[in-house]
Design a protein around this ligand. Structure first.
Ligand SMILES: [Zn+2]
Ligand SMILES: [Zn+2]
Length: 272
């Protein structure tokens, strides 16, 4: 069973034509699982040759909008394309309410689309799984577990670990360096880790009203990421969640000071 990871989006909340918001697809055989659903992810999914209707499981690391803002687009596209199978969405407390609100926004549109149909149709069926640290899914050879990370000021941010046959992949979600991630990513084949530079962040916030000191409690800097990869002993490191102003060559040289394995500064639509 060939395993493929596609980076659908390697950006963050700041709109960036080169990087969609966070999104990753894990595919093994016919099973495709989406992790995060940031801005532009549905378009990237189609660019990568997939359809929203191919996906029946979605994992959200936390409820910051950059990780879910395309969810309405995903739900309605999946429905328009004719898929009535349930979509299982996994995430923190608050997810059910969020899904209810998105479906409420979509309802008038769904009713209009139903009114022109010859055959009756169900409304989208979304099954929400509120999770905590531990195993979240064991299906079709996919084992997915959630683990706690540290992303101030959120109460329930998660990273995800996928174990598929003898392959292991970890998605950090958004986090500052934390021991629990190193524990769960220990020795994995692939670590997809965020890198939200503080020194390019400030240029994005013209207002100057954000206390950028929160970044050290919430995100990981390039000079910290090589140590994380090294301490976890990961076989390969892929960097994501980058500012529009981040210069890939710069962070590559910083991270590779401490991590000497294969290192890729992610770009949208890269596959591993
Ligand atoms: Zn984020
Ligand atoms: Zn976040």
């Amino acid at each position: 069973m060939a395993l493929e990871i596609t980076l659908l989006g390697t950006g963050l909340p700041f709109p960036n034509p080169k990087r969609a918001g966070p999104g990753y697809m894990v595919q093994a055989g016919d099973t495709k699982i989406l992790v995060e659903c940031g801005s532009g992810v549905v378009r990237r999914l189609v660019e990568a040759g997939h359809s929203p209707g191919d996906i029946h499981h979605l994992f959200l690391s936390h409820l910051h909008s950059d990780h879910f803002i395309d969810l309405g687009h995903f739900l309605i596209s999946r429905w328009i394309l004719g898929d009535d199978r349930p979509l299982h969405v996994f995430g923190a407390e608050g997810l059910q309410r969020m899904i209810n609100l998105i479906l409420e926004i979509l309802e008038p549109d769904l009713r209009m689309r139903m009114s022109i149909r010859k055959v009756a149709r169900e409304m989208p069926n979304v099954v929400v799984h509120h999770i905590s640290e531990g195993q979240a899914l064991d299906e079709d050879g996919f084992k997915v577990s959630a683990f706690d990370v540290e992303h101030f000021p959120l109460e329930q941010p998660f990273g995800y670990r996928f174990d598929i046959k003898d392959h292991s992949i970890v998605f950090s979600g958004d986090t500052r360096p934390c021991d629990n991630l190193i524990k769960h990513a220990s020795g994995v084949d692939l670590l997809v880790h965020e890198c939200t530079e503080a020194n390019t962040w400030s240029k994005e916030h013209g207002s100057g009203q954000i206390d950028t000191h929160h970044i050290e409690l919430a995100h990981t800097q390039p000079e910290q990421l090589g140590l994380i990869g090294r301490d976890a002993g990961v076989k390969e490191l892929v960097v994501t969640h980058m500012n529009p102003q981040t210069i890939p060559e710069n962070i590559h040289s910083t991270i590779s000071r401490d991590f000497d394995g294969p290192l890729t500064i992610g770009e949208d639509l890269m596959k591993f």
